[in-house]
Design a protein around this ligand. Structure first.
Ligand SMILES: Cc1cc2nc3c(=O)[nH]c(=O)nc-3n(C[C@H](O)[C@H](O)[C@H](O)COP(=O)(O)O)c2cc1C
Length: 474
């Protein structure tokens, strides 16, 4: 048996391994074992036509975009301030230099001491600090940053920004800033929905301020839920990377429709038929396509994950809504159907909530939903150049995907094994989990990809789209 000493790896490989291990909360040795394990796994018997594609050995935390970038993080006074401690870590492990300004209110939630320990730098809190302001330090802070991130962006900070107030260090720095600004709002759903905050949101978007989140979910206040949770540190780090990304954009000028998430098929006003799809894979594909410069229109069923950065969202509930939304968005250069669309819906939707009765209720009759993939894949006049479908299967993966390919007029079918023993994604399996193992099926070819994060699957699918749309057919 061969052994590899991590110490002896070349510096670039070692760094890539370190970053990847950090992202996965593993030791470098553990990460190396997982990479080699994935490469060495035997292919299942009975699938001779399937080729294996190696794992991306150079996967790392982020894409290297943040290396040596200077991020000024302004921490506002909200409960979510604690998440900034992790955000600092996430930005630094991607190679960024992070400096922090804390509002007076932020100090009620976390201490400058812990922030300073994580940034390994001075934490700035006071506009009238005699030491920092002898050379007008607030202007220096604003000008030395490649990007300013405000997290949590409180209702108060957003209002100040929208109205040009500059009455503390944070707001003064924001007024003096020439660098792009990204805000991660966090507040109670009622505050987020308040007409004043709505007006401020519009003003800030009009001023070119970038937004990440907020997400829907439970609030710190017991019993409160809705839009207002701050985006998770990894989502913010991804948004930061997207904003500072000036790599080539092979999909610039191309439009791609992506569907994602489950659909909800109403039984009555409060009940519906759904499935376990989380939308993670479809959303990740939309984000990866946007990173390559595509104009992405994401038609999403009901999900609880954050909107991907730089993507136009169209929210729908049912399969019929999704069908109509997709057709309204045609024409497009490519369409990727990652949503887990319900094949059937209740034939009738009860106008009132069906009451509980002794002895149960009669069967719920089902009727077929429109086939979105087939309707686009075989469209007479507006078929996109590239149509990719998804097939969630629990058995005969490749055979079922091949049949779907021909029947629905798709160029590729991404087949994923959602059987319980696929063992991917922890307890939730592929649906809901963070990892995926797919087989990419096109006419006569089935290419099995190793198990990887859904974001890696997404990056590969986006690269495939770029390659296909670049190819000129003569
Ligand atoms: C326990 C507690 C939690 C709070 N959480 C939030 C919050 O999540 N979002 C928000 O906009 N304001 C929140 N506030 C109110 C802000 O702290 C308050 O508006 C403050 O003036 C914001 O100051 P800043 O914008 O300068 O940081 C909270 C207040 C308290 C006491």
């Amino acid at each position: 048996m061969a052994s590899i000493t991590i110490r002896n790896l070349d510096p670039a490989t070692k760094e890539a391994l370190r970053l990847r291990a950090a992202a996965n909360n593993r030791s470098m040795e553990e990460e190396a074992r997982i990479i080699f394990g994935a490469l060495a796994k035997p292919s299942p018997a009975g699938a001779p036509s399937v080729t294996e594609t190696p794992a991306i050995a150079t996967a790392q935390v982020g894409s290297g975009i943040l290396v040596d970038k200077r991020i000024l993080l302004i921490i506002g006074g909200g409960i979510a301030a604690y998440k900034c401690l992790d955000l600092i870590r996430r930005l630094r492990e991607r190679g960024a230099h992070v400096r922090c300004v804390m509002t007076r209110a932020a100090e009620e939630f976390i201490t400058p001491l812990s922030v300073g320990a994580l940034t390994a730098d001075t934490v700035f809190t006071d506009l009238f600090d005699r030491q920092d302001e002898h050379d007008v330090g607030h202007i220096r802070l604003a000008r030395q940053a490649d990007l300013i991130v405000v997290a949590p962006a409180t209702a108060d900070l957003m209002a100040k920004m929208a109205h040009g107030l500059a009455n503390d260090l944070a707001s003064t720095v924001l007024m003096a800033a020439k660098a792009p600004v990204l805000i991660a709002p966090a507040m109670n759903p009622a505050m987020w929905d308040h007409p004043a905050t709505r007006r401020n949101r519009e003003t800030l978007a009009g001023d070119g301020i970038g937004f990440v989140g907020p997400n829907a979910g439970e609030m710190a206040e017991s019993g409160e839920a809705g839009y207002g949770r701050m985006a998770e540190p990894l989502e913010i780090a991804a948004a930061v990377e997207a904003l500072l990304d000036n790599r080539p954009r092979p999909l610039a000028g191309k439009t791609v429709i992506v569907t994602s998430g489950p659909t909800h098929e109403p039984i009555d006003p409060v009940r519906y038929i759904a499935n376990r799809s989380s939308g993670k894979q479809g959303h990740a594909i939309a984000a990866a396509l946007a990173e390559l410069g595509a104009t992405v229109r994401l038609v999403s069923g009901p999900v609880t994950i954050a909107d991907p950065v730089g993507v136009e969202m169209v929210r729908v509930e049912s399969a019929r809504d999704m069908h109509d939304a997709v057709h309204q968005l045609l024409p497009a250069d490519a369409a990727i159907f990652a949503a887990a669309v319900a094949d059937y819906r209740p034939a009738t939707e009860a106008g009132d909530k069906i009451k509980k009765r002794d002895g149960g209720i009669e069967a719920v009759a089902l009727t077929e939903n429109p086939d979105i993939l087939a309707s686009v894949g075989t469209h007479d006049t507006a078929r996109p150049r590239l149509v990719i479908g998804f097939a969630a299967e629990t058995r005969d993966l490749v055979a079922n995907a091949e049949a779907k390919l021909a029947r629905k007029g798709a160029d590729f079918v991404v087949a994923n094994d959602v059987s319980h023993d696929s063992g991917i994604g922890g307890e939730g399996g592929v649906m809901g989990g963070d990892r995926n193992r797919i087989t990419l099926v096109s006419k006569g070819v089935a290419e099995r990809w190793p198990e990887m994060d859904k974001t890696e699957v997404a990056a590969r699918i986006a690269a495939l789209v770029a390659e296909r749309l670049e190819t000129v057919t003569v």
